[in-house]
Write a protein that binds this ligand. Structure first.
Ligand code: ATP
Length: 358
């Protein structure tokens, strides 16, 4: 196990980058704690795989260093870094038994056979493969094969970090939740540093203690699932996390106050410094918008039933405002007024939470 430090990392696939957008990774400084469960979450093309490959040693960064427990490993190969990787598609040897598949990484490193047996049985028990140990891997279903891949990632005790690259892609939707909770449980048992790459917020938020939200080659925010929900540092995080995501409402500014729909909106944070030429927006999650007697006038455009609550799409002029209404509460018809919870309503300047370092 190891703590990982990413120091001043940048990466560009082109020989002569000219604009910031030429960089697949713009600038990354980050500390991952020893034994932590991390997720890299972001849309396609945001740089997740690039970062994963840099940490694992498959790709040399254009700039910066990677340190494991304080030791610079930037020039080391994946083998020298003691990394285990689990990919989207299960990597198993079909002609071998499940036992031999799990034993492979250990036998490859010359571990003695008695130790191999003990460790394989331990891992098979954790991954619920004990009954299958003598079966050929070819006979297993996709989720069974992916369990072998997970097992092979976990079997070595000399691993510094286990990396998962969208490991549930080929798993049937109804089995995904099983493997997802299995992974979480496995992390709690083995406590190896784990990095899980995904574009799926549910996978990231259920697996990780800390989620790194990425966009356009940047880590926009690193935080616990609660922090990302409660205090998005960027409108992208607010919108990307949550279902539906945070409402982002363009507003005007008067004497430092946010004006939306001609009304002063009370917010948790304040604008600081000069704001002319800056895009100012109000961010409020649908959970913290409610119907009231007075407030912002809206028309109800659509209501959809999402089980324990309804999602209401209300409109103030052309601006959509989403509202989560708990089951049992009445949704007004036609027109209504809404208000925002001031403690959960924030101002964003050019996307970043106002008054905080960007
Ligand atoms: P996905 O979820 O689709 O795999 P990602 O978040 O993992 O996306 P990356 O694969 O790291 O993103 O890609 C980041 C950027 O770098 C993208 O603009 C991509 O087109 C570019 N890129 C990735 N690999 C290469 C490569 N080998 N050569 C040139 N450009 C690349």
């Amino acid at each position: 196990m190891a703590s990982i430090r990413l120091d001043n990392l940048r990466h560009c696939y082109m020989p002569n980058p000219k604009t910031p957008d030429d960089w697949a990774l713009k600038q990354l400084d980050m500390e991952l704690d020893d034994g932590g469960a991390y997720a890299l979450l972001g849309p396609s093309g945001c740089g997740k795989t690039t970062l994963l490959n840099i940490v694992s040693g498959l790709l040399e960064p254009s700039n910066g260093r990677i340190l494991f427990d304080g030791q610079d490993v930037t020039g080391l190969t994946p083998e020298q870094r003691h990394i285990a990787q689990v990919f989207q598609f299960p990597v198993v040897y079909d002609t071998m038994t499940v036992f031999d598949n799990l034993a492979f990484p250990l036998r490859n490193r010359g571990v003695d056979e008695a130790q191999v047996r003990t460790r394989v049985h331990e891992i098979a028990e954790m991954t619920e493969l004990t009954e299958m140990l003598q079966k050929r891997a070819s006979g297993l279903t996709a989720d069974g094969k992916q369990k072998i891949s997970l097992g092979r990632g976990l079997v070595r005790s000399d691993v510094n970090v286990i990396m998962f690259d969208e490991p549930l892609t080929v798993i049937d939707p109804h089995l995904k939740w099983q493997l997802r909770s299995k992974l979480k449980e496995l992390h709690q048992r083995v406590r190896t540093t784990m990095i899980y790459v995904t574009h799926d917020q549910v996978e990231a938020l259920t697996f990780a203690d800390k989620v790194v939200v990425m966009n356009f080659g940047q880590a926009v925010q690193t935080g616990t699932p609660e922090e990302l929900f409660e205090k998005p540092m960027h409108t992208f995080v607010g919108h990307f996390i949550g279902s539906p995501g945070m409402n982002v409402l363009p507003c005007e500014v008067n004497n430092g106050n946010a004006i939306f729909a001609g009304q002063t909106i009370e917010t948790e944070n304040r604008l600081t410094g000069e704001t002319s030429g800056t895009r100012i927006e109000i961010g409020v999650r649908p959970e913290f918008v409610s119907f009231s007697e007075t407030g912002i006038p809206v028309g109800i455009a659509a209501v959809s039933d999402a089980g324990r609550f309804s999602i209401v799409d209300a409109r103030h002029e052309d601006q959509s405002i989403k509202i989560l209404v708990p089951e049992g509460e009445t949704v007004p018809e036609g027109s209504a007024f809404v208000t925002f919870d001031p403690k959960r309503t924030r101002l964003y300047a050019d996307g970043w939470l106002a008054g905080e370092a960007s």
